[in-house]
Design a protein around this ligand. Structure first.
Ligand code: HEM
Length: 403
């Protein structure tokens, strides 16, 4: 077997992309004993695991159920389709544009106003970690005054999902979060059933599946999924997009001049530095991948971060290039974009258009507020995370517009 750093090691965390390169070429199918999982890294294999109907989502008994309860990510078949259809309309074109775009704009402006005059900002801690979660809290009609609590909860939930080494403190914190979130949400859900409003939570309370409305617990699980899935990922995508552009000043200038490139910069960021690096699947029958056979019922870890840089699929895959012809700006939030950052098939990210709209709106506002944005002189790029991954900080300097 080639010498590849273990997926849960510090060496891997420091530079997963070098390990991915060896995996793709020399070890396209690995059995990982501690994770009790096969690992695939080639584009064609990851794509297959997402699209082929013999695969269902996996590992969610330890990754999702304990911290969220039952969410659409764990479900399959009709049960999945029916529940997904309850939220999907809120995340599609018309509804997004009409109702939520102003919410997105307002939330971006609120955060930018706090540093607009400062001449410097860390886009991770002062913008990206707050913006998407504020948007989803507003969409659900929850109270933004409780921002710090939501932030703490979603950080704990994400740590729980990425707890590949099963650290007991991280696990305990995640379980505590489930309790705290339920204590917070259930009274609000009950109240909202009595006095529904125009928000997404009221829509979930009103929704009926085969003539029955969802239980308080199911609605709460939906909300914690939306908080975690909608917060963490978009936060990392936004920070990574600015980190990528700021470290390629010529591309940053091109995007600043021609804003129709923003969606391409977003899609290329999702290819080059995806927020979710791996997700698990389980085949119901024996499957033959390019690297060999995987038995029915086993867990397969699909390395999105590796597949997205497969030279068989993308030319010069280790280069960030917003002009990449393989990506069409009009498809940046659809499966046709080509990258696998939103997965594919039945569980394809339901929030992809929302994420794209959030990034597009806020990136344009940030570019306007920071006309000469550049990375702080002392900055050295640093990414964090193995399961989900993004820049640790993106310190930017700029001349305030009013100066
Ligand atoms: C599913 C990535 C933004 C809500 C997924 C999946 C991925 C993903 C990879 C598939 C998971 C699996 O199959 O195991 C991303 C990325 C985002 C993003 C990279 C940002 C750039 C959002 C937003 C929301 C959201 C803003 C909405 C609030 C969901 C939900 C699912 C999902 C509910 C489950 C869909 C299903 O099971 O049918 N996302 N996501 N995501 N995402 Fe996103």
């Amino acid at each position: 077997t080639p010498d590849i750093p273990d997926i849960v090691s510090a060496e891997f965390n420091a530079d997963p992309y070098s390990a991915y390169r060896i995996m793709r070429s020399e070890a396209p199918l690995i059995w990982h004993e501690p994770m009790q999982s096969y690992i695939v890294s080639r584009y064609e294999d990851v794509q297959r695991a997402f699209k082929d109907e013999v695969f269902t989502t996996a590992n969610y008994d330890w990754q999702l159920e304990p911290v969220h309860g039952r969410t659409i990510l764990q479900l399959s078949g009709r049960e999945h389709a029916v529940r997904r259809a309850l939220v999907a309309p809120a995340f599609r074109g018309g509804e997004l544009r009409n109702k939520f775009r102003p919410v997105i704009e307002r939330n971006a402006r609120e955060l930018i106003d706090r540093f607009r005059e400062d001449g410097s900002v860390d886009l991770v801690s002062q913008f990206a970690t707050h913006f998407p979660i504020n948007v989803i809290v507003d969409m659900l009609g929850l109270d933004k005054a409780d921002h710090d609590r939501f932030h703490k909860w979603y950080t704990s939930i994400i740590a729980f999902l990425g707890n590949l080494t099963q650290d007991p403190d991280v696990a305990a914190d995640g379980l505590r979060t489930r309790e705290e979130f339920a204590d917070y949400m259930v009274p609000i859900i009950r109240e909202r059933r009595e006095n529904p409003g125009d928000d997404l939570l009221s829509a979930l309370c009103r929704a009926e599946i085969d003539g029955t409305s969802m239980s308080d617990d199911d609605i709460k699980a939906f909300c914690s999924l939306l908080l975690a899935a909608g917060g963490e990922t978009t936060d990392k995508a936004l920070a990574a997009m600015f980190a990528n552009l700021l470290s390629h000043p010529d591309q940053l200038e091109a995007v600043r001049e021609d804003r129709s490139l923003v969606p391409k910069a977003f899609a290329e960021t999702l290819r080059y530095t995806p927020p979710v690096h791996m997700i698990m699947r389980q085949p119901s029958e024996t499957v033959v991948f390019s690297g060999g056979e995987v038995p029915a019922g086993s867990t397969v870890t699909c390395l999105i971060g590796a597949a997205n840089r497969d030279p068989e699929r993308f030319s010069n895959p280790d280069t960030f290039n917003v002009f990449r012809e393989e990506i069409d700006a009009s498809t940046s939030f659809t499966a046709a974009a080509g990258h696998l950052a939103f997965a594919l098939g039945r569980h394809f990210c339901v929030g992809a258009l929302l994420a794209e709209t959030e990034v597009e709106v806020s990136a344009n506002m940030l570019l306007d507020a920071m006309p000469d944005a550049r990375l702080a002189a002392d900055y050295t790029p640093e990414e964090k995370g193995v399961f989900t991954r993004g820049p640790a900080r993106v310190p930017v300097e700029f001349t305030p517009r009013s100066a």
